[in-house]
Design a protein around this ligand. Structure first.
Ligand SMILES: [Zn+2]
Length: 642
């Protein structure tokens, strides 16, 4: 973890001089260029909230110490007021009206004769069912400033500009109402959880090397500034809470948080309890509350407390108990595969509307099958590493979060369920091909909110983003990919990496040149299509003609099966990759003899190779037997000699 220190002015001035000198010897500082966002803003939140549980309303005070670590002078700041999305006429509501495939949770399907009408749930909310977050008494260092609410954003014109490398304190009061559960946060979700409190507080927007990211809340995703949260929540004493942070007063609260052997007794008149949480180095604070939560705590790897909060419902208790040792295993797997989880606790909480990742916790639906809950919990836990600790800008690059999370989830599910499929990503490739064939694909550079279809967003972010990594394994080999993932986490945790950072890490680890890969895969909808054009006899030899029909190039693994049952493989390096990968069959057990051929330059769509055996000794030739290269037309990838 990193602290944030304000340097006294004279030290700062001295550092500027040192930095100037260092620029003269800029090679020595080359490492600073590894990430465009090598500085970042810092926040320190203090919040006190009092909840009117009967009306799902809450009032609070917020103090936010904001540190401007940029070299810009800030005259404005922006806050997110996410609950305002749940009002008729909001951008989120309008979007659900106009997108051809609205999220099923946001519409109610009504039969009208033969027709099915989708009624927009947000547009029909009544005043006591909407969400809101009203801000009052906004002050900067004690001076009242103008704050204007624009939909889900609060635009604040500052009383005095925040100079580079200085700190300012914002204070405000907020008045909130938790909407009827529609998306992510809400009251009384489908499984009867009273409070799903995500994105519930005024949250300052991220300002980074690209500028402000004051994205309106339309559907997705979230991005934030790291800092320390100190949150006190006062609510009727019967409610059990789970969420981000470490409870500071467990022996006053009880509800399963108390130390072993402690019996918690509330004074007779106690109606409400004040839960005091502290969460260091997070960019979000989420909680949930219900009167019927059961609460188990299990020790995970590195002594991390894993909390499980779920309804006291006899139909689900068994599943939630079985889930607990499984999640210990999953966390251990992720720690080994990516790097250690850096916090002391994580909570799996029944709540929300499916599965959503938050700081140190997830809200998931919990009435389904064990397999279903396990899959969701595994996915959401995986987000910790990518959404929370690395924390790329999810709105701009959702594929770096959802895609990479899907990748590690598929690996761990394949491992723990004992499926042990040779290619655990096979399903992803099929779904990606179906999107390409639909003609509705948009490049991964599309903002998460701005895809024409929800389906295009989902497949791009989760699936094509996951293939970015599984296909990288095809390019540089599984060992180098595994090393890349670990090094990426090590080098960029708590730094908001950008797409170039994962590419550059893979280059550093492998020595390959991957600029073209990042560009083609994420900035275009170029596809891969190689084919075996012909197999002809030439005396005692066989000539195989290959062609590249797709715009995106790749190195080629070619497997030849002979009629005598033997197998041989050929590897055609891609010239612009400047890399020769290790024989992939090495890692799958029996190593197959491999011949490395001349490289294939991109500019030439044709390639010929000679096999020094007659055609009638060949049974079958296959391009990429691993299935890890996303060739959109599989039909022409194999050739059977008849
Ligand atoms: Zn996800």
């Amino acid at each position: 973890m990193e602290g944030h220190i304000i340097l006294p002015f004279f030290i700062y001035n001295q550092m500027k001089q040192i930095f100037f000198l260092a620029l003269l010897f800029s090679n020595a500082f080359a490492v600073m260029g590894q990430n465009a966002s090598s500085w970042q803003q810092a926040v320190d939140y203090k919040m006190e909230v009092s909840v009117d549980a009967e009306h799902f309303q809450y009032k609070g005070k917020q103090e936010l110490v904001y540190t401007n670590n940029s070299s810009d002078t800030l005259k404005k700041v922006y806050y997110h007021l996410y609950p305002n999305a749940f009002q008729p006429g909001s951008e989120m509501a309008e979007r659900a009206d106009y997108i051809p495939d609205p999220d099923a949770r946001m519409v109610k399907k009504i039969k009208d004769g033969d027709k099915e009408i989708k009624e927009n749930r947000i547009q029909n909310l009544k005043p006591d069912e909407i969400g809101y977050l009203k801000i009052s008494n906004f002050k900067q260092d004690g001076v009242t400033v103008t704050a204007r609410t624009v939909g889900t954003i609060l635009e604040v014109i500052l009383a005095k500009p925040i100079l580079p490398h200085t700190q300012t304190t914002f204070t405000l009061n907020f008045d909130g109402q938790l909407p009827v559960q529609i998306r992510r946060s809400g009251r009384n979700n489908a499984e009867g959880i009273a409070f799903s409190m995500s994105q519930w507080y005024p949250k300052i927007a991220e300002f980074d090397f690209e500028g402000w990211h004051a994205d309106p809340y339309i559907a997705r995703e979230f991005h934030g500034v790291w800092g320390n949260f100190d949150v006190k929540i006062t609510i009727d004493k019967d409610y059990v809470l789970g969420g981000s942070g470490y409870l500071q007063n467990p022996n006053e609260i009880g509800h399963g948080y108390q130390d072993a052997g402690v019996e918690v007794k509330y004074p007779k008149k106690t109606k409400k309890l004040t839960w005091h949480f502290v969460a260091p180095m997070v960019h979000d604070f989420t909680w949930a509350a219900d009167k019927e939560y059961l609460h188990d705590v299990v020790k995970g790897p590195n002594n991390v407390d894993l909390h499980f909060l779920y309804k006291n419902n006899s139909k689900i208790i068994d599943n939630w108990k079985k889930l607990q040792p499984l999640m210990v295993k999953v966390m251990d797997f992720y720690n080994k595969m990516i790097g250690d989880y850096p916090y002391k606790q994580y909570s799996f909480i029944q709540g929300g509307d499916g599965g959503m990742e938050y700081a140190m916790c997830t809200l998931i639906l919990g009435n389904g099958t064990l397999e279903g809950i396990f899959g969701t919990a595994t996915h959401e836990l995986g987000h910790n590493w990518f959404q929370h600790v690395l924390a790329s800008n999810e709105s701009k690059h959702p594929w770096m979060d959802e895609g990479f999370t899907t990748y590690v989830e598929d690996l761990v599910v394949n491992e723990i369920t004992g499926k042990k499929a040779a290619n655990p990503f096979e399903g992803n490739y099929k779904v990606y091909y179906s999107l390409v064939n639909s003609g509705k694909e948009q490049p991964l550079t599309t903002h998460g909110d701005r895809y024409d279809f929800n389906r295009s967003y989902s497949i791009a972010s989760y699936v094509k983003g996951s293939i970015f990594l599984s296909q990288l394994g095809y390019l540089i080999g599984q060992d180098k990919l595994a090393e890349t993932i670990k090094r990426y986490y090590q080098d960029f945790k708590f730094k908001h990496p950008t797409p170039n950072d994962i590419k550059r890490t893979a280059e550093r680890v492998s020595g390959a040149e991957l600029d073209w890969y990042l560009t083609d895969w994420t900035e275009t909808t170029n596809t891969i299509d190689y084919g075996i054009k012909s197999v002809t006899e030439n005396g005692a030899n066989t000539i195989v003609s290959l062609e590249r029909m797709g715009r995106m190039p790749m190195p080629i693994d070619l497997q030849v099966e002979y009629t005598d049952g033997t197998v041989e493989s050929f590897y055609i390096p891609l010239r612009m990759l400047f890399f020769e990968k290790a024989n992939p069959s090495r890692s799958v057990g029996t190593a197959i003899k491999r011949t490395v051929l001349n490289d294939w330059p991109w500019a030439n769509p044709k390639y010929e190779l000679t096999i020094s055996k007659p055609k009638n000794s060949i049974k079958k030739i296959t391009i990429d037997p691993s299935g890890l290269m996303a060739d959109v037309k599989q039909q022409n990838n194999s050739y059977e000699v008849k």
